[in-house]
Unconditional design. Structure first.
Length: 201
């Protein structure tokens, strides 16, 4: 499988792929490394192309270059499953989301993921499973463009604590959702979260 990364800029995906990494019949706007910064800033100002593509022999190198051009932030979170095979979701800023947050100094990625889930949802994680695919998105913070990578881990929760939303982080609700009801979440969540859930099956 061709190496690729997807960075969401608002709702517009930026595909960083090797040549021929997209189906031949895909009609899409392509950019190069010389004008990619300009195109990203256009989207952040309000342009909304369906998608943009950066074709390169080394997607990994191209992604690394973007982390140098913009302010780069790392975060981590969890896809938490309980004994009933339900998954933990938060409702924040009028959208469903997964618990996550920024990496703190001298903290490992896994420690960050556990801490954020426990702080945002009021649960104590029982165990951490495999690492899931990272998600990437870009946004404007004051006058600065930020590229954020979020690491994800599957987690298990065996307890029966009452869920407590971290309201100071604008979390209004914390709920368990069965796989059968993922459509409710997918209909009102961020594209990167939708991708993560779709890949989960």
């Amino acid at each position: 499988m061709a190496q690729r990364y997807i960075i969401y800029i608002k709702d517009t995906p930026l595909f960083i792929i090797q040549p021929d990494g997209l189906p031949k019949d895909t009609i899409i706007f392509t950019v190069n490394e010389d004008n990619i910064t300009f195109e990203i800033e256009k989207i952040l100002r309000g342009d909304s192309p369906k998608a943009i593509v950066l074709e390169t022999e080394s997607p990994e190198r191209a992604l690394k270059n973007l982390t140098r051009k913009f302010r780069y932030i790392e975060a981590a979170g969890g896809l938490v499953k309980n004994k009933n095979d339900e998954y933990l979701f938060i409702y924040r800023l009028n959208k469903w989301d997964l618990p996550k947050g920024k990496l703190e100094k001298n903290e490992s990625i896994v420690e960050c993921a556990i801490r954020e889930v426990e702080e945002e949802c009021g649960v104590t994680i029982s165990s951490v499973g495999q690492e899931l695919p990272s998600t990437y998105h870009m946004y404007k913070l004051k006058d600065e463009v930020v590229l954020k990578r979020t690491y994800w881990f599957s987690m298990n929760y065996d307890g029966n604590q009452q869920l407590v939303p971290q309201t100071e982080e604008d979390i209004m609700e914390v709920v368990w959702v069965s796989n059968d009801n993922f459509d409710m979440v997918k209909s009102n969540t961020y594209p990167a979260i939708k991708d993560l859930l779709t890949n989960l099956g």
